[in-house]
Design a binder for this molecule. Sequence first.
Ligand code: ADP
Ligand code: MG
Length: 721
Amino acid sequence: MNLYTPIEEIPRVGLIYQKKLKKLGIKDVRDLFFHFPHRYEDFSKIIPISKAEAGGPFCFQGEILDIKNIYTSRKRMVLTQATIGDKTGKLKVIWFNQPYLINTFKKGNYVCLAGKIAKKGSAKYLSSPAYEKISPTSDIQHPTSNLTHTGRLIPVYPGTEGLSSRWLRFIVKPLLIKLKNQISDSLPEKIRKKYDFLPLEIALWQIHFPDSLKLAKEAKKRFAFEELFNLSLFVLRERLKLAREKAIPIPLNLALIKEFIKSLPFKLTAAQKKSAWQILKDLEKPRPMNRLLEGDVGSGKTVVAMMAALNAAKAGFQIAFMAPTEILAKQHFQELIKFLKNFNLDIGLLTGKEDKFFSRKLKNEAIEISRKKLLEKTKKGEIDILIGTHALIQDKVKFGNLALVILDEQHRFGVEQRAKLVGSGTETKIKIPHLLSMTATPIPRTLSLTVFGDLDLSIIDELPKGRKKIITKIVQPKDKKETYNFIRAEVKENRQVYVICPRIEPVKTSPENLDGELSQQVLSWMEVKAVKDEYQKLSKEIFPDLKIGMLHGKMKTQEKEKVMKDFKDKKIDILVSTSVVEVGVDIPNATVMIIEGSEKFGLAQLHQFRGRIGRSDFQSRCFLFTDAPGPVTNRRLRALLSCENGFELAEKDLVIRGPGDFSGSRQWGIPDLTMASLTDVFLVEKAREEAREILQEDPELKKYPLLRERLGEFGKRIHLE
Ligand code: ADP
Ligand code: MG
């Protein structure tokens, strides 16, 4: 048995538990060790029974004097009643709904119990304590180092997938003991010494079964640093690797770009110009660009990408432009045609359904062509810019001369999909195409620093001029009516409205309710139901005189597109939709948004929704409906009222909600602890510094085989482009 022993081979981990662990991404012993508790229960206070008083938690050691199950018909549950005794007295114990305990403990067993003392009249009892058997001893103070669930600081693990903390302790502790001398530390010794971090073996023990909270904190700090250090090292190494790859340099045609800018119906913002410049300069280099263009919704990323595409096309290369949905791909197609009409380009649209083609000869409209023909033209290099959905990554799509790949809303693509798209150039004479990814998901600055350095990130941090600030309001149930009146008035003025329905969250499972989890399918069905209910309510009760439309994930693509088109053509006044449906479409006339159940969304996501309005000269308003805002919810929603900068909001989200909920952490595959430590700017900077130093001294990490191995593992999990 070693660190890389798969969970299937760990004793006492049965099939059901293997599945649950896998769902959490835990595949081997190492993963188990690095599944950290998120807090500790302090059961370290062991006292004699005579000292028991209401409150606690306290821990008692004694003998089971009697134990029995009682069914109470009033509460409809089984109570397990026991009495324990030590030299100083006796104490009543009650467990609720755990009848099996009667088989766990027998009269005469010695136990350690920890929990709170409740009082009922003058009677005291220990309520639902944590428990474990101890070896018979007449002395109180059993050596606490041997205890697992009581008598010490007890780790509590994030409760997911029906894995109880008790079970995790039961599995992890013997493994930690067993592998004690086999855990080698990949963090270079000199760094560990420099910062006085705990050695790995000790840190692992202290984070799971700490002797004190101070030691637990020290352990945590070590791991936080280590993750940041590994992440920085990984990123810097990837960058070095990429710098050694070859790509075709795309010369910058300044006259062309100037002409394009002049032809635009608006003035570019300074941030757009700066980003475009960074991208165009990067493309001139003979190594593949891997750049993320980050900008708030509505900041105008498309036109920046368009400049890169135009420049590359005119230099004689092909561009693949991929969007996550058909609606978005079409919108891009239309926008590119509109802005590039006079630049003599052949632009194609390849989606699941229809294939369109706009040729340099057709100055005003696109024609439909057969897929076969479009693919032929692409292969021959005759299509300059091919726009599409996932359809672009099919094997049969071959480019003759691909030099640039543009990915819109990059986070919505899987890692493999992205890799495949970039790989589609390998069939051609160009080794690796340049990659420009775009995202409107703002990333906290500390994260982007770590993940991208400051090199490969372009940020559009200002909105085009003339946009009015969106007025945002939190609306309590009693004030809904007023909002509806306002909406009616707006619609009279010809404006349009979005209503976003709440996200349905999976029900948290408790250890007793192992099958209670809702499948993804059920959830999406519930979301559809929420939309339908809301649609009914609005169209029948509240606005019977207005035209209401509905959009949800279970609709066919054609249906969805028809609804979007109707909305765009003003045939619909109010559009009710789930959060998952493409709201990415640009409809400037929609100026009002209601977000139902707004407390169920993250700040970043709310901000994204809100970005769908405020796209015209009319004043836009966003109403956050919420039922019962608790203090944290309130703080979060209020952040939205005062702040309209997505980056600031992302940082606030990280601070208020904690990293586990931060929308980015899943997306980037970065562990929670790392996300947490990202708020620690000092630690982040130190980790980067050390990573850089190590690479300078030993780029191949020859002197650090363990670290090299770690990074290999790391790379499989994390995706950063
Ligand atoms: P996003 O960054 O969310 O993808 P888009 O690229 O879709 O934003 O741009 C949103 C809208 O703003 C589009 O209609 C686009 O034509 C317009 N736009 C882009 N840049 C500017 C600008 N500098 N001034 C005014 N409007 C702009
Ligand atoms: Mg966009």
